[in-house]
Design a protein around this ligand. Structure first.
Ligand code: ZN
Length: 83
């Protein structure tokens, strides 16, 4: 899980978007950020957080993780598919 509120490395500068321009690829204990499209200098980087939460995804949980990126394809959530 990538959560900017918990400090960490430079990946904390990545914000969530439902139509991201980057993806995170986990290799062992390392996470590589891979560009999905050409990115101009200074352009903001986004990944699809696809967050997982412990326990049931209640309406409260869903509300906390609502995405406001506004893309038409948006899932409107930062949560990924739950296991
Ligand atoms: Zn979104």
């Amino acid at each position: 899980m990538i959560d900017g509120s918990r400090g960490g490395n430079s990946a904390r500068f990545l914000n969530h978007a439902c139509s991201p321009n980057c993806e995170a690829i986990e290799t062992g204990e390392r996470v590589f950020i891979h560009a999905l499209a050409a990115i101009a200098p200074g352009e903001e980087l986004f990944i699809d957080y696809g967050l997982a939460v412990d326990g049931a995804v209640t309406n409260d949980i869903r509300a906390q993780y609502t995405c406001h990126c506004g893309t038409s394809a948006g899932r409107r959530t930062m949560l990924g598919k739950q296991r």
